[in-house]
Design a protein around this ligand. Sequence first.
Ligand code: HEC
Ligand code: HEC
Ligand code: HEC
Length: 87
Amino acid sequence: MKKMIVAVFAVTAFAGSAFAADVIEMKKGVSFKHKAHVEAVKDCKKCHENGPGKIAGFGKDFAHKKCKECHTDMKKGPTNCKGCHSK
Ligand code: HEC
Ligand code: HEC
Ligand code: HEC
């Protein structure tokens, strides 16, 4: 399964970022389900203020602010370390 996800990501990345992978593997064991988020949140702008694609300055600070903020607001999605980080 993991191999397949990596392969899908490699292909989409290679195609020039027109589409995001269904699942994006991030640092410290975070598996971000992009497709599931698009379905749950719908509005791309909630995360991509400046249009789709790589998010400028994406990393720990962005994640711990934006990801957690929305999970808290919507009362859905993890807000504890282990909910996002598998390691
Ligand atoms: C809940 C937050 C969220 C929503 C909603 C969301 N995205 Fe994303 N998206 C991300 C994150 C986080 C990344 C990874 C960003 C990075 O690595 O810079 C990403 C990556 C991408 C990428 C791939 C960039 C790359 O080069 O790998 C594309 C394209 C993209 N999103 C398009 C969209 C579109 C189009 C929508 C709306 C249909 C959308 N996203 C909705 C959070 C979101
Ligand atoms: C704008 C709102 C929003 C933002 C921003 C957002 N999420 Fe979520 N997230 C959700 C919602 C809503 C759910 C619950 C989806 C469901 O239960 O169907 C969720 C669920 C999750 C889950 C648990 C679902 C699973 O099985 O994987 C993880 C992990 C997660 N989010 C990680 C992240 C990370 C990492 C980021 C930032 C890169 C992020 N989220 C940003 C709304 C958001
Ligand atoms: C809502 C999901 C979420 C929660 C909750 C969360 N994190 Fe994170 N964290 C992330 C994401 C996403 C990143 C950025 C990953 C990347 O840059 O690829 C990150 C990055 C980090 C990093 C930096 C990793 C690196 O190598 O740059 C550390 C350390 C970290 N988190 C620790 C924690 C701790 C400790 C907690 C609990 C207090 C926590 N996180 C809670 C999603 C989360």
